[in-house]
Design a protein. Structure first.
Length: 480
């Protein structure tokens, strides 16, 4: 059977992934035809079907119901088995290169790697090289890879709490000066700001290229103060790469970059950034429905910064703790942690005493996070939590600036859901349109997931013209 692999940029589309996971091949084949450049004849030939059969599937008149045909679709179009609910396909594990040639497209980060500075440099070089040379097959594997959870993950991070081990000394001379390091720091800030405003899909490779250069500089023998600052730059770039990978649907890769960021922060003596990384990893676990792991990660961050964290960092960690507690159903503990976060943030001052990157955590971010947790609770108990969710999210929207594009989009989506839960269709439709307007300027997997979730609320209101219009706008945005 001939194969017609779906182009990587099409395979990563969220609308296609959703259609394939739901076995909606009418939508899936249409997207592949429209964006992948595969005709009905090519799809048919690759899947062992007749063109007429593909036509009836695309029109919705027929469905794929047998395991045999499902496997032929996966193998012919090179769709990873995990996406279609199948076992790993044989071609996914076939060597990409001739025997004896190293495979540079995969860079597994071993859990037991020593907490040595030299090992961190090697990790950065291997990981960025793998991503920058990633081919179609490696991308498919990366998309299908799942995050590490539980004891294997948590135990591998304990080294953050202890001094690093001595490693091999670098012998190549380096002549980097303070001005060059300052420029690298400014670049890391710029990439982080870009990700915060527009999402992570657009400049990921630029961040990876910068990381690769910094890793090369660290491989040389720099002055101690220069080396420490370079590790901190590497840590921040890896943290940005993590959120960008997450926005691109690469969950395991995002976790790898988080772990690299934590190790680089450790090598650079930046415990505060390390706590921020652990908080990011906790959020990833919350999205993966692993609140117990998330709580452990937050507690690790709190333990490691108890003597150095300022009030704004403490508030951020406390609200991440509250999120985990809410997900665990511990509502009283959630309320208590939320109030403690409010108190910590009230003690924060804009005097430059805390790291620049924590400035994002302000009253708007606090309100938006609390509102999101009340919204999650409102799905089970609208009467008790929907109004509280709406109040907090409206506060966040009123205080956020335009630079927080992704957060604004998520807030709008959340507020629209609040109105749907409360039965206020007029307000829900109005907010849905506002959310789509903001989402159009953001490239974020989390925002797309939020739109897909909100779409379900527009189903069942077919008699309402305004709801149909809102549903059509969501569908159009999700199809882009």
């Amino acid at each position: 059977m001939n194969t017609a692999p779906i182009p990587p940029d099409v395979l990563t589309r969220h609308d296609l992934q959703r259609a394939l996971r739901e076995h909606d091949f009418a939508a899936g084949f249409r997207i592949i035809k429209q964006y992948g450049g595969l005709s009905q004849n090519k799809i048919a030939l690759a899947c062992g079907l007749t063109p007429g059969k593909v036509s009836t599937i695309m029109s919705g008149s027929a469905q794929i119901t047998t395991y045999e045909v499902l496997c032929r679709v996966a193998d012919g179009l090179r769709i990873p088995g995990d996406i279609l609910g199948l076992a790993t396909r044989p071609w996914e594990t076939e060597p990409e290169t001739p025997a004896g040639t190293p495979d540079t497209t995969e860079a597994p980060m071993r859990m037991g790697t020593p907490w040595q500075a030299a090992a961190t440099i090697d990790m950065a070089a291997q990981l960025t090289r793998a991503d920058l040379t990633m081919d179609r097959r490696a991308l498919a594997r990366a998309l299908a890879a799942t995050t590490i959870t539980g004891t294997p993950l948590l135990d591998s991070l304990e080294g953050w709490m202890h001094p690093g081990e001595d490693g091999a000394r670098r012998t190549r001379p380096g002549r980097l000066g303070p001005r060059e390091v300052e420029q690298l720091e400014e670049t890391a800030r710029a990439f982080r700001a870009w990700d915060h405003q527009y999402g992570g899909g657009l400049r990921r490779k630029a961040v990876l290229g910068q990381m690769s250069e910094v890793a090369t500089m660290l491989g040389e023998h720099q002055a101690p103060i220069v080396e420490e600052r370079l590790y901190r730059v590497l840590a921040q770039l890896a943290g940005t790469a993590a959120t960008m990978a997450w926005d691109s649907g690469l969950q395991r890769r995002a976790q790898d970059y988080y772990r690299l960021s934590l190790r680089a922060a450790h090598a650079g003596g930046d415990r505060m950034w390390g706590a921020n990384v652990l908080a990011g990893m906790a959020r990833q676990m919350l999205y993966a429905n692993k609140p117990g792991d998330a709580l452990e990660l937050v507690r690790l961050a709190q333990d490691g910064t108890r003597d150095v964290a300022g009030p704004r960092v403490r508030a951020m960690l406390r609200i991440r703790e509250a999120w985990a507690l809410a997900a665990l159903g511990r509502r009283s503990a959630f309320a208590r942690a939320t109030e403690q976060a409010r108190q910590d943030l009230a003690d924060a001052a804009d005097d430059g005493a805390e790291p620049h990157w924590i400035a994002y955590f302000d009253e708007a971010e606090l309100a938006g996070t609390i509102g999101g947790r009340h919204l999650e609770l409102a799905r089970a108990d609208p009467r008790a939590h929907a109004e509280l969710a709406g109040e907090e999210i409206r506060t966040a929207l009123a205080r956020r600036g335009p630079e927080a594009g992704r957060s604004n989009a998520l807030d709008r989506l959340g507020l629209a859901e609040v109105y749907f839960l409360g039965g206020d269709l007029r307000a829900a439709v109005e907010e849905t349109h506002a959310a789509v307007d903001v989402a159009a300027g953001v490239q974020s997997g989390r925002v797309r997931e939020g739109m897909a979730w909100l779409y379900s609320y527009t189903v069942g209101h077919g008699a309402s013209g305004p709801v149909r219009e809102a549903r059509a706008r969501l569908r159009e945005q999700l199809a882009d």
